[in-house]
Design a protein around this ligand. Structure first.
Ligand SMILES: [Zn+2]
Length: 374
């Protein structure tokens, strides 16, 4: 009778000015059975902390579940980002040294995938191709990390994490929006999997790399599969999946919601045969979906103090009020309050967290041209 074993180690993901290594824990959970390798990390953006409590609940649940394959959990994977405070706020989105987004420095090189694909022969077994491609990717990541001119702080940290995640079959990156509904980024080829998560809002993303972990995890396999398919005229399904889950608002830890989020992930893992149980089911819910091109950012043209009238998840019609902006130079006349109206029918998914905004602030991100997926 097998049982579940949790193995905890630490890796250094950065070094501070005093020379101290900043370590993060890695929890590896397995039961000595065969199955997919799952990788889950949280808080690459330092103020997006809810994923840590989700991982806590996952570990508690997994103690009593047999794991097929292996589940690797890296909570609070960015100890630099978490500790950059300015008064009450965590400035966790950008590497403070170089200004780069902490979720844009992962590795992907389309050309190297095509070169790899050109060396595959028609008779090669799909699992051999998979293993060889994982080894190939890991070598490239190590090569990139060791290149003689060095790399910025965020990219070094990203590549250290990716040297682990790139060996997984399933990658989940746990984030939060500023003030946000729960939503998930799913690559278009996995649109059918939206039903396996208890997420009301889904953004479908194309095979385009902008530097994020989910893209760095699925783009290479998508490109490889397309390229081999075109060469040999048949389907290559490597069964690799990667998602970014946005679990509500940043700067909040909610244990109860965290348990629900963990159950949502466990239902998906059960569906993928990564865990040996039938306890978990995705919630019955209406799931709305957009293509990335229809996920619009609304900027404000003027500065001021904002009331966010439209809430995340609310259905808003064209012309309805999204926000009111107070202009303190015009409190005695008609210009004191400017109303920002919806340019089309939309659903706000998230909004800026602060009431004080400069002109050019991303006020809302919205679903437009959305449709139901089920
Ligand atoms: Zn984030």
């Amino acid at each position: 009778m097998s049982s579940t074993i949790i193995n905890k180690t630490h890796i250094s993901v950065a070094q501070n000015a005093s020379g101290r290594h900043l370590n993060v824990p890695i929890y590896e959970i397995s039961s000595g059975m065969d199955g997919p390798h799952v990788y889950i990390q949280s808080s690459i953006h330092g103020s997006e902390v809810q994923g840590n409590v989700v991982i806590y609940h996952l570990i508690q649940a997994l103690k009593n579940i047999l794991v097929r394959g292996k589940i690797t959990l890296v909570p609070n994977c960015n100890p630099v980002g978490t500790n950059i405070k300015a008064g009450e706020y965590t400035l966790g989105r950008f590497d403070p040294v170089n200004g780069t987004n902490w979720n844009r420095g992962y590795y992907y090189d389309e050309q190297s995938v095509i070169e790899f694909a050109n060396n595959v022969s028609e008779t090669d077994d799909i699992s051999d191709i998979r293993n060889a491609f994982k080894a190939h990717t890991l070598n490239k990541i190590i090569e990139k990390k060791q290149q003689p001119w060095g790399l910025g702080l965020a990219q070094q940290l990203n590549l250290t994490l990716q040297s682990i995640s790139s060996q997984a079959d399933i990658v989940l990156d746990l984030h939060n929006g500023p003030v946000s509904s729960r939503h998930i980024y799913i690559p278009e080829y996995l649109a059918h999997q939206a039903n396996q998560f208890s997420m009301p809002h889904t953004i479908l993303i194309p095979n385009q790399f902008a530097g994020a972990l989910d893209e760095a995890s699925f783009c290479p396999w998508w490109t490889l599969s397309d390229h081999l398919g075109a060469r040999f005229g048949r389907d290559y399904d490597f069964n690799i999946e990667a998602y970014t889950l946005e679990m509500g608002s940043q700067e909040i830890i909610d244990f109860k919601d965290g348990e629900k989020d963990a159950c949502s992930i466990l239902a998906y893992l059960q569906h993928k045969d990564a865990i040996a149980t039938n306890t978990y089911q995705p919630q019955k819910m209406k799931r709305l979906c957009v293509y990335l091109k229809d996920y619009k950012t609304l900027f404000t043209d003027f500065g001021g103090m904002v009331e966010y009238s439209a809430q995340p998840g609310q259905l808003i019609k064209k012309g309805e009020t999204l926000a009111k902006v107070l202009n303190i130079d015009d409190l005695d006349n008609q210009q004191g309050v400017k109303v920002i109206k919806a340019p089309c029918d939309l659903i706000p998914i998230l909004h800026f967290p602060s009431a004080s905004v400069l002109s050019g602030t991303q006020l809302y991100k919205c679903f437009t041209q959305y449709f139901e997926i089920n």
